[in-house]
Design a binder for this molecule. Structure first.
Ligand SMILES: [Zn+2]
Length: 421
């Protein structure tokens, strides 16, 4: 590879719905650096998010640049065109230097017979007993398995190739970081499938630096992991081993690493992930969702007065618009309507009560994951308030910033990248 833009070993994809929290987020990366651990920030925002809010990638770029300037950040930082495809990519070309090619739609679309045959015949290396350093049991891969997996994923990889070349034509080779995402699909990919997918990506000539598979278990937005933790840990570890193997076997980018589209707050995974990263001396890209906006709400509520009133008003509106707000996120949230307090009851809440219901502290009895998820998808309500919301966010900047930084550093960066928690 060489010469081009390279993603560092540890990176964190931060979401910032309203582009007001660049500095406090960057501050969390600065705190990691002060402890000798380099974690590179990547501002990620999907087309879906931009559309709902009415923001633009240029606006995200301006906010990121401003934060970097204000804090004197001299390490790299990036802007991720998150989950783009051929239809949506053009809006992001100029502002972004990181592109997440979402090809989940093409998974399962049968491959062309000739391409399928060529792939299988070109990969006798995948057949038989395959020993991958770091994987406890050798893979036993039959020809039929390679056929089946290739048939399921080749069309998706070819689509990634088309998107990659489209961007390369406009930005130039080596001028951007490429990720391929396959997480927004129904069934998880096994480590053996990941190996076959990587072989296909290498063949397609896409210089990916990260890949986001779908892992076992539920990755709902803004709440902790729900699933078999031991199974996830095994899968994550085997995937890391497979990537190291594919780098050598197929000459892929030496910094290739997993991207975990966490949907934010997968606290219970950080310990096992940290252990694996240390064991393999591997990197990871952790993508979080836009829970920074929830820290804005927490900060508003914590400030009391007008801030608390506005937070309650946003909850009330989100409550009455629940069904419409949830539609775009239906597969990644699980709200129990019976657990949502009536807005009239919330009206009477103290600042402390509101904060403890919303703040993601699973140990706190007052924490309410349904309320949290509803507010998480409720950013459209705040967006519709326009300057009424943003002016108050600016006025209460200090209370909010404290929450944004502590959330990102204490609950994410520290347990995953620094460890010792
Ligand atoms: Zn994703």
């Amino acid at each position: 590879m060489g010469g081009g833009l390279l993603l560092s070993k540890y990176s964190v994809g931060v979401g910032d719905r309203f582009a007001h929290q660049g500095k406090p987020q960057l501050q969390a990366c600065r705190m990691a650096a002060a402890q000798g651990v380099e974690v590179i920030p990547v501002w990620n925002k999907s087309n879906r998010e931009h559309t709902i809010i009415g923001s633009t990638p240029a606006g995200t770029r301006a906010a990121a640049n401003e934060a970097v300037r204000a804090l004197g950040w001299s390490k790299p930082y990036h802007l991720d065109a998150d989950h783009i495809n051929l239809k949506s990519v053009d809006n992001f070309i100029e502002a972004c230097d990181f592109f997440t090619l979402d090809v989940a739609d093409k998974i399962g679309q049968p491959a062309q017979a000739a391409a399928l045959r060529a792939f299988v015949e070109g990969h006798p290396d995948l057949l038989g007993e395959l020993r991958i350093p770091g994987v406890a049991h050798p893979f036993r891969i039959e020809r039929e398995f390679v056929m089946r997996v290739a048939n399921k994923y080749l069309a998706a990889v070819e689509e990634a190739g088309r998107i990659y070349r489209h961007i390369e034509e406009k930005k130039g080779k080596g001028q951007f970081i490429t990720e391929v995402s396959m997480d927004e699909t129904d069934s998880p990919q096994t480590p053996a499938e990941l190996l076959i997918i990587l072989a296909a990506v290498a063949e397609e000539g896409i210089p990916i630096q990260t890949i986001a598979p779908k892992f076992s278990g539920r990755f709902d937005k803004g709440v902790d992991y729900a699933g078999d933790l031991a199974k996830f840990s095994q899968e994550f570890s085997d995937d890391v081993a497979v990537i190291a193997f594919a780098v050598r076997q197929y000459g892929m980018s030496g910094n290739l690493k997993l991207s975990v589209h966490s949907g934010s707050d997968k606290f219970s995974l950080y310990g096992p992930m940290h252990h694996t990263l240390k064991k393999f001396d591997a990197g990871v890209h952790l993508k979080t969702a836009g829970t920074t906006w929830l820290e804005e709400l927490i900060g508003l509520a914590e400030a009391g007065g007008e801030g608390l009133d506005l937070a309650k008003e946003i909850y009330g509106q989100a409550y009455s618009q629940r069904e419409a707000l949830c539609v775009p996120y239906a597969s990644v949230i699980s709200i129990d309507p019976a657990r949502l307090p009536a807005p009239a009851a919330v009206e009477k809440w103290s600042s402390e009560l509101f904060v403890s219901a919303l703040r993601h502290d699973p140990k706190s009895a007052a924490y309410n994951s349904s309320l949290r998820q509803l507010l998480h998808v409720g950013f459209k309500v705040a967006a519709a308030m326009g300057s009424r919301y943003l002016d108050l966010v600016s006025a209460l900047e200090n209370t909010i910033a404290k929450n944004v930084t502590a959330n990102l550093f204490d609950r994410h960066i520290k347990p995953l990248f620094i460890g010792g928690c």
